[in-house]
Design a protein around this ligand. Structure first.
Ligand code: CA
Ligand code: CA
Length: 586
């Protein structure tokens, strides 16, 4: 071969590789249901609708993970930084992800080159409680579906990023917004459904779950989460949630909260949607005697009808803003169809996912003050003195007795997603150990205004950490190991056969040994990580991706803790890592 001919051949090769565009491919409902079994794509939030965040990929191992290097990084650009909390999706060489301020990207997974970007036009006056974040999109058919901060559901053309349809979830002026990743579930009666909730639990909204047809966004059913409200099916009233006034006296159930702001999971085995509900409104619990169902609960919904099949209330008569929204992860517990969830209230719950029956529960964070434990049905054993006092008992009626409660209202665990590893049979929980001063005040409902009736300041309870990644054994209730972190953990977890990946507000993406928590690798992404990592395989290589970009609820609501993280810089990058070829080949 002459030198000249070599150059021409190499040039032609480079050109063909350089111009090769990824092929867009439809995402079937079957591939979403089976997402956990396929390593070459990530087509659901949670790496499988069950939400385990486990990948069987084992090319990156305990022995070689220290060689992991960036393959590429992409800036989200502009002046729009703030918290980046989304989980990316990957299908046939294209990564789809959302960013702050209701933005969406499609990116070539091999090169990080942008294929398209969509920016929602947000109106003045949106009311997001906890930063301008978004947790991710959903893929179905040839569409990318996501929700916006002004409470709209938008379907984009997968190939172009152009809008196919838009639906209004609710009135953003009334305090509604949308930040969760939509959930796609199969149904025999209606075809694939898009299941969404609502954000706005601090504004006196009423939580609900809705299902729409995946092809055109038409509403199929709605399910309010608060007792006394009536659902719909095919445009007609269906059934009432609970029984009116059974656990809510008076009229406050009409603005009762129970926001479904974190979205849900789906179990193909029992064919149930699991979704959590937020705090009852207002925070001042003395205004609403009773258990206040189904606030601060997990509910199982039949996708065919929208009816509630079972409910489990983690914090009846909540007085601390212990939203019950955290994800319910399906798993096998020695032959029992189980599910687990780590609550804001500091307790870890193992339930029978067929009927919602309590199997066991135990604290996963230290120094819990508001309850001494759980009874045989999983109901908290309350510490009466640790409930913030009734303002009516104060001299001027304006401020109830203040208490110091653990966990803080941002929770033993918040929106940051835990993971389950079927190999180690452990849950990896990104927990936080902190407390709060909290007191109640009088409040009346006003549309679009904060509806709390409480004042609060979050404070650390340990000198050396707030964040604590914990390996939790659901069979014994033991905490197998803990890795402390100075700042609060706000990003999700990913697990593979030997490893656990998670990010920190300090900016590091870390890999630790799944058996003992020993740190094996870290990489500073340049800004805080408040999002969950993913992994997938392409052309024989294993990749790991995560969004970096500090923000979310902690800097806005963190009280004294917010001061300790005030030095962290904002950002907005999608990072993708892989092993160098010479390492991967060994
Ligand atoms: Ca998959
Ligand atoms: Ca709340």
């Amino acid at each position: 071969m002459t030198a000249n001919k070599w150059l021409v051949t190499a040039g032609a090769l480079a050109l063909s590789v350089g111009l090769a565009q990824p092929t867009f491919a439809d995402v079937s409902i079957d591939s979403i249901v089976k997402d956990a079994e396929t390593a070459d794509d990530v087509v659901s939030y949670g790496l499988g609708p069950q939400g385990q965040r486990y990948s069987a990929l084992d090319k990156i191992t305990k022995d070689n993970v220290d060689q992991l290097v960036p393959a590429w990084a992409l800036s989200l650009g502009g002046e729009k930084m703030r918290g980046q909390q989304a989980q990316p999706l990957v299908k046939d060489g294209v990564i789809y992800f959302t960013g702050s301020y209701s933005r969406v990207w499609a990116v070539d997974a091999k090169t990080g080159h942008e294929l398209w970007q969509y920016d929602a036009r947000l109106p003045e006056g949106i009311l997001p409680c906890c930063d301008v974040i978004n947790r991710g999109a959903a893929l179905i058919g040839d569409k990318v579906i996501f929700g916006t901060l002004d409470a709209k559901l938008v379907a984009l053309d997968q190939k172009t990023g152009k809008v196919v349809w838009t639906k209004t979830i609710d009135d953003f002026k009334g305090g509604y917004s949308y930040t969760a990743a939509p959930l796609i579930v199969p149904s025999s009666a209606h075809g694939p459904l898009i299941v969404t909730g609502v954000s706005g639990g601090e504004f006196g909204i009423v939580g609900r779950v809705e299902a729409r047809k995946a092809d055109n966004g038409d509403l199929v059913w709605t399910r309010p989460t608060i007792e006394g409200h009536v659902g719909t099916l095919n445009g007609k009233d269906s059934t009432m949630t609970g029984t009116k006034n059974e656990t809510w006296k008076g009229d406050l159930w009409k603005t009762g909260g129970g926001a479904t702001w974190l979205g849900g999971t789906y179990d193909p085995d029992t064919k149930l949607i699991f979704i959590g509900t937020g705090n009852p409104g207002p925070w001042n619990s003395h205004m609403r005697p009773g258990d206040n169902k189904w606030s601060c609960s997990r509910i199982a919904i039949d996708p065919e009808t929208g009816d509630i099949k079972w409910g489990f209330q983690t914090t009846p008569h909540d007085g601390w803003d212990f939203d019950g929204v955290n994800e319910v992860i399906s798993f096998d517990l020695d032959g029992t169809k189980a599910a687990a969830t780590a609550d804001r209230n500091g307790f870890f719950y193992v339930l029978n996912r067929e009927n919602g029956k309590f199997i066991r529960g135990f604290p996963f964070v230290e120094k819990i003050t508001w309850a001494t434990g759980l009874d045989e049905n999983g109901r908290p054993l309350y510490v009466a003195d640790n409930r913030p006092g009734d303002p009516k008992d104060s001299k001027d009626g304006k401020k109830g007795a203040s208490v110091f409660a653990v966990p803080s209202f941002l929770g033993g665990k918040n929106q940051q997603q835990m993971a389950y590893n079927p190999g180690t049979k452990l849950f990896y929980v990104p927990a936080n150990e902190w407390g709060m001063d909290i007191h109640n005040e009088p409040v009346t409902y006003k549309k679009g205004a904060a509806y709390l009736g409480a004042g609060f300041t979050i404070k650390p309870i340990f000198d050396d950490h707030i964040g604590a990644l914990k390996a939790v054994d659901p069979a014994s209730g033991k905490i197998v190991w803990t890795v402390k972190n100075r700042a609060p953990l706000w990003g999700g977890v990913l697990t593979t056969p030997g490893l656990v990946f998670y990010g920190t507000p300090e900016g590091d993406l870390k890999a630790v040994d799944a058996t003992d928590g020993k740190e094996l690798w870290h990489f500073n992404t340049g800004s805080g990580i408040v999002a969950p990592p993913i992994t997938w395989e392409q052309d024989g290589e294993q990749f790991v991706s995560v969004l970096s970009g500090w923000g979310g609820a902690v800097p806005l609501w963190g009280g004294e803790v917010a001061k300790t993280v005030a030095n962290l810089n904002q950002g907005g990058m999608l990072w993708t890592f892989k092993l160098p070829k010479r390492v991967a080949a060994n």
